[in-house]
Design a protein around this ligand. Sequence first.
Ligand code: SIN
Ligand code: MN
Length: 268
Amino acid sequence: MRLTPEQTQQFDRDGYVFLPGCFTPEEAALLRREADVVYSSDREEVWREKDGSTPRTAFAAHHYNEGFRRLGAHPRLIEPVEQVLDGKLYMHQYKVNAKAAFDGDVWQWHQDFGTWHRDDGMPEPRAMNIAVFLDDVTEFNGPLMFIPGSHRDGVFEAGHDLQSTSYPLWTLDKAKITELAERGGIVAPKGPAGSVIMFHGCLVHASSPNISPWGRTIVYLSLCEISNHITKFQRADWIAHRDFTPIEALDDDCLMDLVNSQRAAAAE
Ligand code: SIN
Ligand code: MN
C-alpha cells in the first residue's frame, strides 16, 4: 500500500494522515481479543495506571504475542512508512495503549521524538508513529489530540514529568501549547476500529482521561529508518529496542490467516 500524492502533501503540511478502515472489523477484533490476553498477563512490559491494576500500556507485545508480531510487519503499515522515510525500517517502540473505561489516565502534551532524542539518542526525526485503533474512537473515550503543523519547528523545550501519571514523559508547558494551538488549532481524528493514523515524530499530541464506559485501545508502532538508529541504551530494551534488523513485510492476509487458524483450532 502506498500513500497518494494528496496524502503525502497532507502529511507534510499537517504532520499526520488519517486512514479510516485500513484494517477490517475482523482483523481489528482479533487484535482487540489479543490485547485482553496481553493485559491479563503478569509481565514487566505491561504497565499499570497509578491504581496499580488498570492496564495503561503494554510494551513490546510483538515479541510475545503472535497477532501483534504480525501487525508489526504488516504491509499496510510498513510500505507507506518506507515510502515516506525513504528506506528500510526497524521497530523502535511498540505499545498497546488501553485508555481503559472510566480509569484510563491522561497522556500529557508531548512530542515523541523529544523523548527518543533525549533519552535514547535518536539522531534525527526520521521515525514515524502509527496508531491502529482496536476500538471505535469517539469524542467520549479519550481520542488522541494533535496540533496540526506543530511538527515543523523541531524539538521544543520540555520538562521531565515524573508525577502526573505512572509513565515518565517529557512534556511541553502551557504557554507553548497555547501558542501552537492558537496557530494550528487542535484536531482529534475519530473513527471505527481498524482505522489508522500515521503521524510525524515531532507532532505535538496528548489525550484526556477516559471517563466514559467505553475503552479505547490503540496500538502504536514507532518505526525508525535503520541508519537513524538510537545511540543511547539507558531505557529497558523492551521500551527502546536495540535490534536494528530491517523489517521484511509479511503478506497482506497475515492477520486473516491467524483468524482462520484460531477458528479451525476452536472447531476441533
Ligand atoms: C502516546 O502519546 O504515546 C499515547 C497517547 C495515547 O494513547 O493517548
Ligand atoms: Mn506519544
